[in-house]
Design a protein around this ligand. Structure first.
Ligand code: MRU
Length: 361
């Protein structure tokens, strides 16, 4: 997508593979800062600290992290150590395991001397594939949005949660790819953007993206979605996913489940953009997904900018308040109208998912 008129991805190789460029997402929307990752540790920290986040981008960053690791040492111990370090960064998005499994399978049979070059090439290929996957999701989603728009004969109002935008992927986004394509094709649409407490990925990132691209959008408090659906002001929900289980259960950012319940109660179709690397056929149902528990401070405090423009962290709970912070939840397949994959639309049901086929994990 474009930033100040310049086409950009969220991650790219620098200096013949000696480093990797990323956009520091913890600084958006206030500052646009590019950071250089030079080591395995840089890549692991960028994922843990959420300078990069979103399931597909976590996978791509892990792949580039492997490539950086192999430059520093590529024997079997280094290979295993790099996989273990990156695996430990975040537990929920299955794209991380998918990318690391793929990197290990490609690198392990090679002599150590050939691993650095092969790792760099495969990381670039994984990034390119992500762009192609999301572009294809965009085309299939566009067809769906056209249908819904024709049925309504008026502005299509879409509700999204978290950031499943281009910042969460290498480019295009998953949930946003159909939105960008539909907007560019002239479809009359508008997006309700959940703020997405506690980290506010909707307010900070999705709003920044959509506004940059000129897509009409309105920020709402997380709790407003159900009310808007009751009022008939939401035509569909469209979200991303961190992991789809074999039975079609969808794990995504905390709060997604409540939106799906409200959507079901109000007859609003609830769609999930699901690239194949996010589909995990190795778990039977969503309850087996490891749910990341993040720091209590993300709930008790809100980061922002003061009147002087300086970053500040504001406490909104009494000093010493205990807080729980599960970062993801699971939406049962029965609440999902369909998955938009790169191979087309499929019901969120076991048999169809298996036919649509996920890559090996
Ligand atoms: O904690 P985050 O910001 O990494 O969570 C991101 C989400 O939950 C996204 O909706 C999901 O990764 C899909 S991204 C295309």
């Amino acid at each position: 997508m474009r930033v100040d008129g310049r086409a950009m991805r969220t991650i790219w190789p620098l200096d013949d593979g000696a480093a990797v460029g990323i956009i520091d997402q913890t600084r958006l929307p206030h500052e646009f800062v590019v950071v250089r990752l030079e080591t395995l540790e840089d890549a692991a920290r960028a994922i843990s600290d959420m300078q990069v986040r979103g399931a597909p981008l976590i996978g791509a960053t892990a792949a580039f992290g492997m490539a950086l690791a192999m430059r520093a040492g590529a024997d079997d111990a280094a290979l295993d150590g790099a996989v273990a370090r990156l695996t430990a960064t975040r537990p929920t998005a299955v794209n991380l395991r998918w990318a690391l499994t793929r990197m290990r399978a490609a690198l392990a049979p090679l002599p150590a001397a050939r691993r650095p070059e092969a790792a760099a090439a495969l990381a670039c290929a994984i990034a390119d594939e992500d762009v192609a996957i999301n572009a294809a999701i965009g085309e299939h989603g566009l067809a769906l949005l056209r249908q819904l728009s024709a049925r309504k004969a008026g502005r299509l109002d879409i509700l999204t949660h978290c950031n499943a935008g281009w910042l969460a992927t290498v480019d295009w986004g998953t949930a946003t790819a159909p939105i960008y394509k539909a907007h560019d094709a002239g479809l009359d649409l508008h997006v309700w953007v959940d703020e997405t407490r506690p980290r506010n990925q909707g307010a900070a990132l999705t709003m920044w993206e959509l506004m940059n691209h000129g897509v009409p959008c309105t920020l709402i408090a997380d709790n407003a979605g159900g009310h808007l659906m009751q009022q008939g002001r939401v035509d569909l929900c469209l979200v991303g996913t961190d992991r789809v289980a074999a039975n079609g259960d969808v794990c995504n950012k905390i709060g997604t489940y409540l939106k799906a319940l409200a959507a079901a109660d109000n007859g609003v179709p609830f769609y999930v953009a699901a690239p194949s690397p996010s589909i995990d056929l190795s778990i039977a149902a969503g309850h087996a997904t490891p749910i990341e528990e993040r720091a209590a401070e993300e709930v008790t405090h809100v980061p922002g900018r003061g009147a002087d423009g300086r970053a500040q962290l504001t406490r909104i709970a009494p000093a010493g308040a205990r807080a729980a912070n599960p970062a993801f939840d699971v939406t049962p397949a029965r609440l999902v109208a369909g998955l938009i994959t790169e191979r087309g639309l499929t019901p969120a049901r076991g048999e169809s998912l298996a036919t649509f086929g996920a890559p090996p994990h």
